[in-house]
Design a protein. Structure first.
Lengths: 322, 272
């Protein structure tokens, strides 16, 4: 953190200035990094270490409901004693109970299917927006972003009224005679898919739009002039060029969807096994902090590859924008 | 290319927007329903709004939520802007990889993990759960969104403006406040708004980190939604939607005016 590279212009002028001013400037520039850095270390990184530590402790019936291990108060010998007490029981427990394994698998599958559906629905929207008259694009962009500013909970709640057996969709379909019996959609995986696609659609459309909008349309025209069919031109030119947008959009949908709690809880059934819900139940209903910590650690391990992938994509985009 | 906005494209955009807006529109319409059944129209009425304002629990929760939102968004904006400056202006410092990781990871981190880990931190340091723990938690996850928004403005920023100011003898801190800050102000404002709405919206992190007496509006709404759909909740949601919509539209108008003004200033400057 200490060897801050001063911007070129800064050093050029700094040479002419008295020492106190230079020191003050150097201090301020360091503060810019140190303040958010320390905040994130304390409130983002250290909490994970604590989760990891507690996931290795044993359950106790007390408040806080776990037996602490690895205290740093008793010196090195205490620390080594603590190491001996570490237990992987919670992780063993997770592997022995099929419930957890199924929950992880289900979450990944549900998130995967939902991400694919979001891409299928989001791509034509983003494509249409990118081809819209330039004067209309900012308005369209705002209209796609606006629902994202509206509460997540409210948007999921809105679907309950539509999808439930006596809900608006069934009334409409019964009314026009398409179906005779009300469709059972709430408390099924279909409802969860609808909820995830709906809630995360803006996350998919925005990166897709920004990569499609930048695209040089003359490439398509050139391909068509050379006799390429529009659909072939799409698969040969447009789609490959939009891959960065597709990757960013899919990651932005997939990663949070795996750990989603609100959607499976409100739209799914009580038997819906998704890991975010399992963690919530383990914590709030069963009050088992060590097991819920272990669930969180494994969830993080499941997501670590897509998260690192996402970070690299972000860092690359940032370098490219420089 | 703007000559050919084909029928396919128009249909795709129209259907997409209909899908995005229809559920919200229906929710708003049914908040004015006289019937207690949320899905059967029983005539126009505003009685749910009246009963809403007499619901002390909801009102208290709304007040807690607004206070948490205002404080956390403001602190998160300062921290996030600093983070964005650190990321864009200092390309080499020890631990930069870790730093950018900690900025980007919370954007996609599942809420349940963020909530659980922060709660365990608060327990470990012996902080009583309540208003302040929710606020600290919200600062932490919203500052990263602010950082990303501000950073995207900073990378397109013309550094020669700053260099010119410093060549003319302005110290770096003064340059920042006189040149840099006004230019990135729109991004900072949208960052603040994003942080505020994310805080207003959050259920999961708040549920983990709050304690007795600090129930937020989403927590309240969630506990009632679990019991079923009621017109009163529709009314509460409609008010929230109205506030957010008005805020976003106002901000975009302000931004547009500033943008127009900036372009004019730049043109005037170029003419000399």
């Amino acid at each position: 953190m200490t060897n801050v590279a001063l911007p070129a212009a800064d050093t050029a002028t700094a040479a002419q200035k008295p020492l106190p001013a230079r020191l003050a400037a150097a201090f301020v520039s360091r503060l810019v990094i140190i303040v958010p850095y320390v905040w994130l270390l304390f409130f983002f990184l250290i909490p994970f270490l604590i989760v990891f530590k507690i996931s290795l402790s044993t359950t106790a019936i007390a408040m806080p409901p776990y037996t602490p291990v690895l205290g740093f108060g008793d010196g090195i010998s205490g620390f080594i004693d603590g190491l001996k007490q570490l237990s992987f029981d919670n992780y063993v427990w997770l592997t022995q109970d099929a419930l957890y394994f199924n929950a992880y698998i289900t979450s990944v599958i549900v998130a995967g299917i939902s991400t694919f559906l979001t891409l299928l629905i989001g791509y034509p929207i983003a494509y249409g927006m990118a081809r819209a008259p330039a004067s209309l694009r900012p308005t369209l962009l705002m209209m796609v972003i606006l629902p994202f500013w509206t509460s997540f909970l409210i948007r999921v709640y809105a679907w309950i009224g539509i999808l439930k057996p006596e809900g608006l969709l069934n009334q409409l379909l019964l009314g026009i005679g398409v179906i005779q019996e009300p469709l059972i959609i709430t408390n099924t995986y279909t409802a969860i898919f609808i909820g995830i696609v709906y809630s995360y659609l803006p996350f998919m459309v925005l990166p897709l739009y920004s990569s499609l909008e930048k695209m040089d349309h003359s490439l398509i025209e050139a391909a068509q002039d050379l006799g390429c069919q529009p659909i072939a031109a799409f698969w040969k030119i447009t789609f490959p060029l939009s891959i960065p947008g597709v990757v960013a959009g899919c990651l932005l949908v997939f990663i949070p969807a795996v750990g989603e709690f609100v959607i499976p809880d409100l739209l799914g059934s009580s038997r819906t096994l998704m890991i975010g819900k399992t963690l919530w139940t383990e914590f709030f209903t069963n009050r088992d902090w060590p097991v819920s910590s272990a669930v969180a650690i494994i969830l993080l391990l499941v997501l670590i590859v897509p998260i690192v992938f996402f970070q690299n994509a972000q860092a690359r985009a940032q370098e490219a924008g420089r | 290319m703007n000559s050919t906005w084909s029928r396919f494209n128009i249909t795709a955009v129209t259907l997409g927007l209909a899908f995005l807006y229809l559920p919200i529109v229906l929710l708003v319409i049914f908040s004015f329903n006289a019937s207690k059944l949320v899905t059967v129209w029983g005539g126009f009425s505003t009685k749910w709004y009246v009963s809403l304002f007499h619901n002390q629990g909801l009102m208290d929760a709304a007040w807690v939520t607004i206070r948490v939102g205002l404080i956390s968004a403001s602190v998160a904006t300062v921290l996030g802007t600093l983070g964005a400056l650190a990321l864009t202006r200092y390309t080499r410092f020890r631990g930069r990889m870790l730093f950018s990781g900690m900025i980007f990871a919370p954007l996609v981190m599942p809420d349940v993990i963020t909530g659980l880990s922060l709660l365990l931190l608060f327990v470990a340091v012996g902080l009583d759960r309540g208003f302040y723990t929710v606020t600290l938690a919200h600062i932490t996850f919203t500052m990263c969104f602010v950082a990303v928004v501000v950073q995207s403005r900073l990378v397109t920023f013309d550094r020669s403006l700053e260099e010119a100011a410093m060549d003319l003898g302005a110290p770096p801190v003064k340059t920042f406040f006189q040149i840099t800050l006004p230019v990135i102000a729109p991004a900072i404002i949208s960052g603040w708004m994003l942080a505020f709405t994310l805080s207003l919206d959050d259920l999961v992190v708040a549920s983990f980190t709050s304690g007795p007496g600090a129930t937020t509006l989403p927590m309240k709404i969630y506990s009632q939604v679990r019991l079923g759909v009621t017109p009163e909740i529709n009314a509460a949601c409609t008010i929230l939607i109205g506030i957010v919509t008005a805020g976003v539209i106002a901000a975009s108008i302000v931004n547009k005016r500033r943008e127009v003004q900036r372009l004019r200033d730049e043109q005037a400057a170029q003419r000399g």
